[in-house]
Write a protein that binds this ligand. Structure first.
Ligand code: FAD
Ligand code: SF4
Length: 492
């Protein structure tokens, strides 16, 4: 434990943000991380608990008390080694993780939790700056070939782990760049894409072969009819071919099928899925030309869906220069302060205000859209009604109907399932929600019903978090390694 009385002496220090007028002019990151003295003070607040709930609250089980202590002792390189032992990409999670570890921190029972995420952020940025993050080459080659399908955080973590124990890994990605939703979902202002590029270079140096623009699926219709997912791929490889060429296949294809809102007027122009809108801006930021880019300039934008994806649409619309931005949420407004004794150490139910909300946004809670209205085929507004929840049932409030003006509507109501043909093409059984059926048991974990085919990440658990994708990628890598070699030294 760094400083025995630190938790009584020091307050939590939040990372700073650049001012709103300044950050709205660009798409770059605007979080100002802790400097070294601030990080040390924050680490000094850690109590090195006998039962560190933070470690259990963290999906990759980061060894948080240890790296906190090492930061307090100014031993940054050892702190990085501890962090690196459980998390392949702390620069991703240190930026965009909602930090369930902090909700679980023992200090959070009656005080502000240790700023674990800000310490993680400081450690990994320091590690890159010092040159400690380097390719880790396998000591020997196994001669086994593994195909990983989908290059989001789950696929990246799995590919890196498998290459480090000597397998020949090929990472297939239908998009033109690696990263999954990190690349073409999460906006650059939350996480710049150079962080992914650096890891891709590291993975290539470790022996991972990357093949972008290749979709795995049926030759004639790899993404399935009716799929709203853009197919940028230039080449299709069938699952049969992959199973023939590789000793094991790991599917990490995500859960990209957006939830729709099939109410009258849905066919009007100006109503789009968030995942049509957000990837285009990320492409433009990367220097690509996007013909007819969906833009919000001067428009009244309504975002339907109160989660992270919706919040990202708010931030992007404001950067485009929208006339107004309103975000709808079906559920009632949560309390500003959670009921800590009831929720700790679990994820608390409370109002969350993101940096995008702070940049300008009206938030409407307990509101439902009955119909889209329009003129000459273009959306002009939404017919809405207020709702109440009784005994778990939604009831419309009589007389609360109103029409709200909108020229651009973005649907951000979550994701229902993977783009299913990839599972069907492999013959992988699905669970009730349409995700790949594969258990996470220690024995035979992540294996599907199809011999030598495994599944991990959002494609298995449904749309989730980057940190869960990294955990599943790491664990699935161990399962594949055990399947190929009969044992594995990779961590669980
Ligand atoms: C807008 C948005 C914002 C988010 N914000 C956050 C956040 O702030 N924090 C957080 O923790 N999480 C966030 N998430 C969730 C997070 O991004 C995902 O949970 C995570 O990326 C899942 O990782 P994955 O590797 O399982 O799948 P994905 O990241 O979805 O990657 C799957 C990859 O597989 C590829 N693929 C699919 N089918 C095929 C095929 N047949 N052949 C070849 N390739 C294929 C896809 O193109 C994709 O690149 C957000 C999600 C969205 C959409
Ligand atoms: S629960 Fe909080 S105080 Fe306890 S070890 Fe973890 S970070 Fe430190």
């Amino acid at each position: 434990m760094g400083k025995t009385t630190g938790f009584m002496e020091y307050e939590r220090i939040e990372e700073g943000y650049r001012p709103v007028p300044e950050r709205l002019k660009h798409y770059r990151e605007f979080v100002v991380g802790l400097d070294e003295p601030q990080a040390k003070v924050q680490a000094a607040r850690c109590m090195d608990c006998g039962t560190p709930f933070c470690n259990n609250g963290c999906p990759v089980n980061n060894i948080i008390p240890d790296f906190n202590d090492l930061v307090y002792q100014s031993d940054w390189q050892s702190a990085w080694a501890v962090l690196d032992s459980t998390n392949n990409f702390p620069e991703f999670t240190g930026r965009i993780c909602p930090a369930p570890c902090e909700a679980a921190c023992v200090l959070n029972v009656n005080d502000d939790p240790v700023g674990i995420k800000s310490i993680e952020h400081a450690i990994i940025d320091r590690a890159w700056a010092e040159g400690w993050v380097a390719p880790r080459l396998a000591k020997h080659k196994t001669g086994k070939r593994v195909a990983v399908v989908g290059s989001g955080p789950a696929g990246m973590a799995a590919a890196q782990q498998l290459a480090r124990v000597g397998h020949d890994v090929t990472l297939f990605e239908k998009n033109d760049r690696v990263g999954g939703l990190l690349r073409y979902g999460i906006p650059d202002f939350k996480m710049e894409k150079s962080h992914i590029d650096r890891r891709v270079a590291q993975m290539q140096a470790e022996g991972v072969t990357i093949r972008t623009g290749v979709v795995i699926g049926a030759k004639d219709d790899p993404l399935g009819k009716g799929s709203r997912v853009t197919n940028w791929a230039k080449e299709t490889i069938t699952p049969g071919q992959l199973q023939q060429d590789f000793d094991a296949v790991l599917i990490t294809a995500g859960a990209e099928q957006s939830r729709d809102l099939p109410v009258p007027g849905r066919e009007l122009d100006g109503i789009h899925f968030a995942m049509e809108f957000l990837p285009q801006q990320n492409k433009v930021n990367a220097g690509d030309k996007v013909k007819g880019q969906l833009r919000a300039d001067g428009k009244h934008v309504i975002v339907i869906g109160g989660g992270d994806t919706g919040s990202d649409c708010v931030g992007t619309s404001n950067r485009h220069g929208a006339a107004s931005v309103t975000q709808f949420e079906l559920m009632p407004q949560p309390p500003v302060q959670e009921n800590r004794p009831m929720t700790w150490p679990y994820w608390p139910y409370k109002l969350r205000t993101s940096s995008s909300h702070e940049e300008g946004c009206e938030r409407e809670f307990a509101i439902s859209t009955k119909e889209f209205v329009g003129e000459k085929g273009k959306v002009t507004g939404l017919k809405t009604v207020r709702v109440e929840w009784k005994d778990g049932k939604m009831i419309e409030v009589p007389g609360s109907e109103q029409v709200l003006k909108a020229d651009l509507v973005l649907l951000a109501m979550g994701f229902v399932s993977p783009v299913s043909p990839v599972l069907e093409a492999f013959g992988v059984e699905k669970d009730a929600r349409g995700n790949a059926r594969a258990s996470t048991d220690f024995d035979g974990g992540y294996a599907t019903n199809v011999p030598k085919v495994f599944a991990a990440g959002d494609v298995r658990r449904g749309q989730s978090l980057v940190v869960w994708a990294i955990r599943e990628g790491r664990q699935a890598a161990r399962a594949v390694d055990e399947f190929l070699m009969g044992f594995s030294d990779l961590p669980r």
